[in-house]
Ligand binder design. Structure first.
Ligand SMILES: [Mg+2]
Length: 381
């Protein structure tokens, strides 16, 4: 069986009426480019969706990760959608396309990518997480709970293929270094590193069973660091393989049954609690948030995607399961809002706003610079 690659590439290139949702004709522009990519045999299949103001392209292909043809196709799709956005004068048209020309892959150009290559199992269910108004470290708490917490993920205790644990590849997003650590043996070290959400994020998780391979992949691009100024939050995506040697779907969604504080929200400068929600209801309209998290499910079947749609549907026309749509998540949403209302009462004072190292691209450093001569020494005894 050939190795299959799944690429989830995302960008915010504008939305209607403020930071809400892309215009439907922008989504259509993406699809047109991807249909063309399918016709030219660049990709096996695709699906276009969104969370809040971020557009997502899911593609399956046989070209591996970081492939220039695949990334180039996604880049061209975003450029075409951006042209539509500019014509419609939607808010922040072209926002995440930070460079004028494509070069090799989308790293450093603005869009974010989560990708994984694997040998397709007898059944290959995938969960695609998509977050708006937050940063890559937002996935640290859920991924640790899914893959390293035997108190939560029963499979770590009772599934022989998961009992040895998982390996975590962690990125230092400031110094561009990486380290891979093994859970449970090095779990305390993993937690010591990931506790700093300003610098560290999980990039990939691997099964210790080499036949199974990669278990999860996260987009870790940091927009502000690339642009050197504030241009919106990274709004990261994450792919997780489910079942049969990997955590069960319920174990993958379980971490979102509890409040998860994440950096982002208004102007990418606040802390808020993840709001698990359906794609349709993911428009961030409450203080430009709270940070919505969507989760959709599709299978990979012979290198193509399959959801609830008729298998003979046109390429790219899929109907995924929308996990957070169901009313059983209502009380989580209520709990999230209760905490979000509470933290909003603290205005722009920490911990409602992010620590200084995360505020580098706001006016805060300029204010401190302007006032520096007015600070006078306090005599010390
Ligand atoms: Mg966004």
């Amino acid at each position: 069986m050939a190795q299959i690659t799944v690429s989830l590439i995302k960008a915010d290139i504008g939305s209607v009426g403020g930071h809400t949702r892309p215009h439907p004709s922008m989504m259509e522009a993406l699809k047109d480019v991807l249909r063309d990519g399918y016709a030219k045999n660049i990709i096996n299949d695709f699906y276009v969706t969104r969370v809040g103001d971020d557009m997502q392209i899911i593609m399956t292909h046989n070209k591996g990760i970081d492939n220039s043809e695949i990334h180039g196709l996604a880049w061209n799709a975003f450029v075409e959608a951006s042209n539509v956005a500019k014509k419609l004068k939607v808010y922040a048209a072209g926002q995440d396309l930070l460079k004028d020309a494509f070069s090799g892959n989308i790293r450093g150009l603005g869009p974010g990518a989560a990708e994984m290559t694997f040998e397709e199992r007898r059944s290959e269910p995938l969960v695609f997480f998509m977050a708006d108004k937050t940063a890559p470290s937002a996935y640290s708490v859920p991924l640790l709970n899914i893959f390293a917490n035997p108190f939560k993920t029963a499979g770590l205790v009772i599934d022989p293929r998961m009992h040895d644990g998982f390996k975590f590849q962690i990125f230092d997003l400031i110094d561009h270094k990486e380290i891979t650590l093994s859970s449970p043996e090095e779990l305390n070290d993993i937690l010591a590193i990931l506790g700093d959400t300003t610098r560290f994020a999980i990039k990939r998780v691997f099964s210790k069973n080499e036949e199974l391979g990669i278990a999860a992949s996260v987009s870790t691009e940091r927009l502000n660091l690339i642009a050197g100024k504030y241009v919106g939050k990274d709004d990261p995506v994450c792919i997780v393989r489910a079942q049969s040697g990997f955590p069960a779907l319920g174990e993958i969604l379980q971490p979102f049954m509890e409040p998860i504080f994440v950096p982002g929200w208004m102007r990418g400068s606040h802390n808020g609690v993840f709001y698990p929600v359906s794609v349709e209801e993911s428009d961030p309209t409450y203080f430009d948030g709270p940070p919505p998290i969507c989760a959709i499910g599709l299978h990979v079947v012979n290198g193509k995607l399959q959801g609830l749609e008729d298998p003979s549907s046109e390429v790219g026309e899929h109907i995924p399961v929308d996990y957070f749509k169901f009313p059983c998540w209502n009380h989580i949403r209520e709990e999230s809002m209760r905490l979000n209302v509470a933290i909003r009462k603290q205005g722009s004072i920490m911990p409602a706003i992010l620590p200084p190292e995360e505020m580098e691209y706001t006016t805060r450093p300029q204010v401190l610079e302007k006032l520096k001569d007015r600070f006078t020494k306090i005599p010390q005894k």
